[in-house]
Ligand binder design. Structure first.
Ligand code: PSU
Ligand code: MN
Length: 311
């Protein structure tokens, strides 16, 4: 990559080399580490995901904000510091500049990670679940829509996920993606997965694609035609670790009503609900989460390889 980045960014030496040599790279977010999963599972997971990507013959690039620097290719020590530090922000797009100015620390959301990946020239990004349209509640009386939706509409990156977080209104989330013309690709599936479970047949993806090579060529065609949006690739959680939709729904309804009663709002909603799901499911939700994150990383690595071969 020949473009020079402003000094707000810091790339690890191995990532710079990989990008210069057009090697296959997969970007990874850090909100899931800082705000989405309990310690120490979050740390173990971060390492296992990087291993999956290495084993597939790709370079992982975990992205986060450290001491006001936008870092791509965090080291093990930096990930450890992010995962264990007391003051770490959840950073979406609008939070990047303030955090850089105050020299803070942050875990980047899907939206922020997509943007950083695009700035440094990474085309493929792997995550668990995107943000989307939250369920309408009587206390809130408006819908809370994640900045991830707008980012997917505007940033040309391939995002591999297992759908949106199950705590959301999945039908409304799919509508929001349709309005913004984001292709929702089912990877070997016709239904939009529901993160912890395989998904319900009435929630359909916009196109089914069965191989990493075909996803890479779909993305290339989309962008060569001049479209600017992301390609959202949805892969179901591995069968062996998936939960039943009914079981998950019961936990979610309870957690949502607790959040409402306690007046939890804004950016605090997701971390609160995920923590309650963890407790209510006796830890099973985290097991599923780890399993799908690793699976998505493997798929993303295959797509990244296909993408870099096609260049
Ligand atoms: N999915 C999870 N856990 C998470 C997230 C998603 O299972 O922690 C994070 C992602 O980083 C996503 C963010 O981008 O939550 C969305 O937050 P919000 O709804 O506040 O935009
Ligand atoms: Mn929100």
């Amino acid at each position: 990559m020949s473009r020079t980045l402003p000094p707000y960014f810091r790339l690890s030496p191995s990532l710079s080399k990989a990008l210069n040599e057009n090697q296959a790279v997969v970007a990874l977010e850090t909100t899931v580490i800082t705000h989405g999963l309990p310690y120490p599972q979050n740390l173990q997971l971060a390492q296992e995901i990087e291993e999956e990507i290495h084993n597939a013959g790709c370079i992982p690039a975990t992205i986060g904000i450290i001491d006001g620097k936008i870092v791509c290719g965090l080291t093990v020590d930096e990930i450890h510091a992010l995962a264990t530090r007391a003051q770490v922000s959840k950073v979406s797009l609008r939070d990047i500049a303030p955090l850089v100015v105050e020299k803070g620390w942050g875990g980047t959301t899907v939206a922020a990670t997509m943007w950083v990946a695009h700035q440094v020239g990474i085309r493929v990004f792997s995550t668990g679940g995107i943000g989307g349209v939250h369920r309408y509640t009587e206390t809130l009386r408006h819908s809370d829509v994640s900045a991830d939706i707008q980012a997917l509409a505007e940033i040309p990156v391939i995002v591999v996920c297992s759908g949106a977080k199950a705590i959301l209104d999945l039908a409304a989330t799919l509508e929001a993606l349709e309005t913004r013309s984001v292709p929702v690709v089912g990877y070997q599936t016709e239904v939009f997965p529901a993160f912890y479970s395989l998904g319900s047949p009435n929630l359909e993806v916009s196109v089914v694609v069965n191989t990493p090579q075909d996803i890479a060529s779909l993305a290339r065609t989309h962008w060569e035609l001049g479209f600017q949006s992301a390609i959202l690739v949805a892969a179901p959680p591995p069968q062996a670790d998936a939960l039943s939709a009914d079981e998950v729904e019961a936990y979610i309804q309870q957690a949502v009503s607790e959040a409402e009663k306690q007046g939890i709002h804004g950016q605090a909603v997701t971390p609160f609900l995920l923590q309650r799901l963890y407790e209510l499911s006796g830890g099973k939700s985290v097991q599923t989460n780890l399993s799908l994150l690793k699976n998505n990383a493997r798929i993303a690595a295959q797509i990244a390889l296909a993408w870099s071969k096609g260049r």
